[in-house]
Ligand binder design. Structure first.
Ligand code: FES
Length: 286
């Protein structure tokens, strides 16, 4: 069914040819396209990788065990469980309070994971990626989509995605906490009962985790707006301009950093978990 017709008319004046072209656009059904490339590969990979991450992180958050490795005097805390607010003797506010009913699922991760999770789920890049991968809306550029109207993110429920800027503030706070955890991972309890500086493979895992998460967060579009998008002229504000340029540098790699940081934060949890379970031995470099 022709949807609309564009008419390009060039009115002729003396000595010029009159040209008139009619182009009709046909609405395509779901998945219909004239594209010949592997347009479906990227949404499929996103579905598999992002879906796997969601399944694994949900499973890990409900475990409540093997999130802290203290073997060999180390102190490696899984980023999924940081900050450990409640749930053990070493938590900020001590063990799980007795008034919480036993039938309510409770782990330290369930108390905090909503914040970094919310930040990632409302990320501008991820939104574009999982809208395509999980509900094919649209499946890809120039590929038929499942509905005929477009509401964008101006109506409920997708308008809630605008909360992203507030998740950003929380994410910045989490970076400080994760950096502290990485520093904690640099000190090992000695036989003399004192903590000594050292580096293990787990230390490097936690440090790389903070670097990647910071690089991802510093490229956030909301941060870009926060540091430079609110004023008309940056040239007379050198500090703000420098900050804006820095954020731009990270922003250009936002997609890559989104995936690298996603992979590494899951890997960090797996590493700590396997060490704690005794499956892996943490190698102490010095
Ligand atoms: Fe991706 Fe903010 S836009 S983290």
């Amino acid at each position: 069914m022709p949807l609309c017709i564009f008419r390009f008319g060039v009115l002729a004046t003396e000595g010029f040819l009159m040209a008139s072209n009619l182009v009709s656009i046909t609405r395509r059904g779901l998945g219909e396209t004239a594209r010949k490339d592997l347009w479906w590969a990227q949404p499929l990979i996103t579905f598999i990788v992002f879906g796997s991450f969601v399944v694994y992180s949900t499973w890990a958050a409900f475990q409540g065990v093997h999130y802290l490795f203290t073997g060999g005097g180390a102190h490696y805390l899984s980023p999924f469980y940081s900050p450990e607010l409640l749930g053990s003797a070493t938590a900020w506010f001590g063990p799980k309070p007795g008034w919480i009913p036993t039938w309510i699922p409770f782990t330290a991760a369930l108390l905090v994971l909503w914040a970094p999770g919310g930040f990632r789920f409302t990320c501008y890049y991820y939104r574009g990626a999982y809208y395509k991968a999980f509900w094919a809306d649209p499946p890809a550029c120039a590929v038929g989509e499942p509905r005929s109207s477009y509401r964008g993110e101006r109506k409920f429920p997708l308008i809630l995605q605008n909360v992203h800027r507030y998740f950003l503030y929380l994410a910045l706070l989490f970076l400080i906490i994760l950096a502290y955890d990485a520093i904690e991972g640099m000190f090992f309890m000695g036989v003399d009962g004192r903590r000594h500086f050292g580096i293990g493979v787990g230390t490097l895992v936690l440090v790389v985790n903070v670097i990647l998460l910071s690089s991802y967060t510093f490229g956030c579009h909301s941060l870009r707006h926060l540091v430079g998008g609110r004023c008309d002229q940056l040239s007379d504000k050198p500090i703000q301009q420098t900050a804006w340029k820095c954020v731009n540098k990270f922003n250009r790699r936002h997609m890559l950093l989104a995936w690298l940081s996603l992979f590494w934060v899951a890997f960090s949890d797996i590493y700590v978990r396997l060490c704690s379970m005794g499956v892996l031995a943490d190698y102490r470099i010095f």
